[in-house]
Design a binder for this molecule. Structure first.
Ligand SMILES: Cc1cc2nc3c(=O)[nH]c(=O)nc-3n(C[C@H](O)[C@H](O)[C@H](O)COP(=O)(O)OP(=O)(O)OC[C@H]3O[C@@H](n4cnc5c(N)ncnc54)[C@H](O)[C@@H]3O)c2cc1C
Length: 556
């Protein structure tokens, strides 16, 4: 169903369950409920996955450092979920070797038990022994699954042989594996589209604005029309905005105490070569976590952890930018980074549970469900959680909701493939075979199917057939793309604005591949697909340039 068909259908018959917010937590619950035949609608006031879920560090990880807060249950659950993400969405989540450079042997040995007892109120650098103990636990949690290799410790000489640009005062490196989510946005959209195949309905650019009695009010942000529905229950999955949504129906409880985190994407071939295919995960002298990792041919650096009141104000500030730039020299002292290397910035708010912790690092990353009423309708707020544990969280929420609706579980998502991860060929030869098959069945030659496989996994066949049926004409401003592919993202993947295409359906903006002619060309194609008039087309171009500049520091 397209947007208008969904709007007509929900106005004719209200869904049983309304999910507010389509970040990964809302999308995970949606997927599970739809799979189990629950009549569910998910809405987002912006594009799908445009909140915290788009600002993550792209890691499917257990969170080794949460062990020192005593969060063993959380870490065990997250490493198991990391493995499931690698298995269920192999086109989007890849094993990532993670190197921890260490400058001290003992530091942190005393801090860890103090933190465990909540007695330490300052983050501090951890030494090699603490990291070794953490990694032993980490491996132990998933020994049976064998999705990624166990960790390895290496001394100074071996470490410098492997990474010659590392700081010479290094004492050890530890290498372990996590998963890298190449596009959190595509992951979320594919999850939602899978849920729609099972009967769920997903709408972006529809805001929840209030509830009274048995009714909720929603606003279509494309037409500005408001309308009401009467769902049996509501899931508030608005992440950092959960409290704001609850206040619209008079619930003033404070559940969220979010912290802001930003990242930079750098075009820096020397740094990219120095890190190779590895993430470098280390602590600054103040104990704050730093990540430097490969992102295609670029490098991402993050992240900060700063208190913030209003999540709408999250931006990467010049101070954060300078902090990240300075950090590189701590591990790679000969590599110079400057603002000219930055091609994209992103920032968001972790929807952490509100609690009185002494440091932001001590706030739990675990998830919980809070229950309230919106008029006569029960509301369940999904508080906290990590990207990595979304499936388990979604499953727990779906169990709760199905029990209330008197439904029994008929399927689970443990091994359910996600989007283009279905029947994904893992080996090089099998991948070549798949691409050949797409080329033969569509007559599109080799180049387009290869690109499509890279971007969409085994959804490449659907995209290729759509291109064949519409237009295989290359974009003038970006020859690796076709008019048909852009139309696919609009007509089959619900892109509403050009920034949805540049930032969330693709990684073009992330990789510094946006140009003014490209924005104009996309607006032209979208205009034909969505029936925009000349005035709207110009307004869309202006809007896209503003989003790129204001939120991501991309000035065209
Ligand atoms: C800097 C940073 C780094 C992180 N790194 C990692 C990591 O590497 N690995 C990991 O596992 N986790 C990581 N996390 C945590 C993880 O990203 C979040 O916990 C998770 O994405 C939260 O998802 P969510 O669906 O609850 O919230 P969100 O993704 O914020 O989704 C909430 C949605 O609600 C919508 N919304 C708000 N108000 C309304 C309304 N009135 N009507 C309709 N919709 C509304 C918003 O538009 C938004 O899309 C990180 C988080 C941050 C911020």
């Amino acid at each position: 169903m397209n947007r208008n068909e969904i709007l007509t259908s929900i106005k004719a018959k209200s869904p049983d369950v309304l999910i507010v917010g389509s970040g990964i937590n809302g999308a995970g619950a949606f997927r599970d409920l739809a799979l189990n035949g629950v009549d569910v609608l998910i809405v987002d006031r912006g594009d799908f996955c445009s909140g915290a879920s788009a600002a993550s560090s792209h890691m499917a990880h257990g969170g080794i450092r949460y062990l020192e807060n005593g969060e063993f249950r959380l870490v065990r659950e997250a490493v198991q979920e990391r493995n499931r993400m690698i298995q269920n969405a192999p086109h989007l989540v890849k094993p990532l070797p993670t190197v921890v450079p260490m400058f001290k042997l003992f530091s942190g040995l005393l801090n860890a038990p103090f933190k465990f007892l909540n007695l330490l109120d300052k983050p501090a650098e951890r030494g090699a022994l603490v990291i070794k103990i953490g990694l032993i636990f980490y491996d132990a949690f998933t020994r049976a699954q064998k999705t990624v290799p166990p960790h390895k410790f290496e001394g100074r000489q071996k470490s410098l042989e492997k990474y010659p640009k590392l700081a010479q005062d290094i004492k050890f490196t530890a290498t372990y594996y996590d998963g890298q989510i190449l596009s959190p946005e595509r992951y979320t959209v594919e999850l939602l589209l899978d849920g729609e195949k099972d009967g769920g309905k997903a709408l972006n650019y529809v805001s929840f604005i209030g509830a009274q009695g048995n009714f909720v009010s929603l606003r279509d942000e494309v037409t500005q029309q408001t309308f009401s529905l009467h769902p049996k229950l509501i899931i508030n999955a608005a992440g950092p905005w959960i409290d704001m949504v609850n206040t619209t129906f008079g619930v003033w409880e404070r559940y969220i105490g979010g912290t802001k985190g930003s990242h930079l994407v750098l075009n820096h071939p020397e740094l990219r070569e120095a890190i190779g295919k590895n993430e470098f995960f280390f602590e600054n002298k103040d104990g704050r976590i730093v990540l430097i990792f490969p992102f295609y041919d670029k490098v991402i650096i993050g992240t900060s952890d700063l208190p913030i009141q209003n999540p709408d104000e999250a931006r990467c500030t010049p101070e954060e930018e300078q902090y990240f730039i300075d950090l590189v020299s701590r591990v790679f002292p000969t590599i110079k980074v400057s603002p000219e290397h930055i091609v994209f910035r992103f920032s968001g708010v972790r929807p952490l549970e509100y609690m009185k912790a002494k440091t932001t690092g001590q706030i739990t990353r675990d998830h919980s469900v809070k229950e309230d009423m919106a008029g006569n309708i029960p509301v369940y707020s999904l508080v906290g959680g990590k990207w990595t544990s979304y499936r388990a969280f979604g499953e727990q929420v779906a169990d709760k909701i199905m029990a209330i609706l008197g439904k029994t579980r008929r399927a689970d998502t443990l091994k359910t493939p996600i989007g283009g991860g279905k029947d994904y060929p893992l080996l090089g030869l099998a991948q070549i075979e798949y691409i050949k098959k797409v080329a033969e069945e569509t007559g599109l030659g080799d180049f387009i199917p290869r690109n499509l496989f890279e971007r969409y996994g085994t959804r490449a066949m659907d995209v290729a057939k759509f291109i064949k049926a519409t237009s295989a004409e290359p974009l003038k401003s970006l020859p690796g793309w076709t008019v048909g592919e852009v139309r696919f993202l609009v007509e089959r993947e619900k892109a509403v604005h050009a920034d949805d295409l540049l930032i969330r359906r693709s990684t073009l903006a992330w990789l510094g591949q946006v140009s003014r002619p490209l924005v104009d060309e996309l607006a032209e194609i979208m205009s034909a697909s969505l029936g925009w008039g000349a005035g709207q087309k110009q307004a869309e171009v202006t809007h896209t340039l503003k989003v790129l500049e204001e939120y991501h520091g991309v000035v065209l």
